[in-house]
Design a protein. Structure first.
Length: 80
């Protein structure tokens, strides 16, 4: 898994690239540029998702451990 800094750097690069594509698109319509913008939007969505997952992992711990603890607590409640 990447660090926050690596993810942010990648987001910044992709955002700058998308900005340049929008400038090109404002000068002249090009279907290839539109497709590149859509591709970059999808990549940025993926990067932000990765950032949210990392932030949650740092804040709350590993997802599998959280689920395992919840299952144990549920079993204890049912047994009581």
């Amino acid at each position: 898994m990447r660090t926050f800094q690596e993810i942010h750097q990648e987001i910044e690069r992709r955002s700058e690239e998308r900005s340049e594509l929008y400038k090109r698109l404002s000068q002249e319509y090009d279907a290839a540029v539109v497709a590149d913008i859509h591709r970059l939007d999808a990549e940025l969505d993926r990067l932000w998702d990765e950032h949210r997952v990392l932030r949650a992992r740092v804040r709350f711990g590993d997802r599998n451990q959280i689920v395992a603890r919840a299952r144990v607590e549920e079993r204890l409640e049912r047994a009581a």
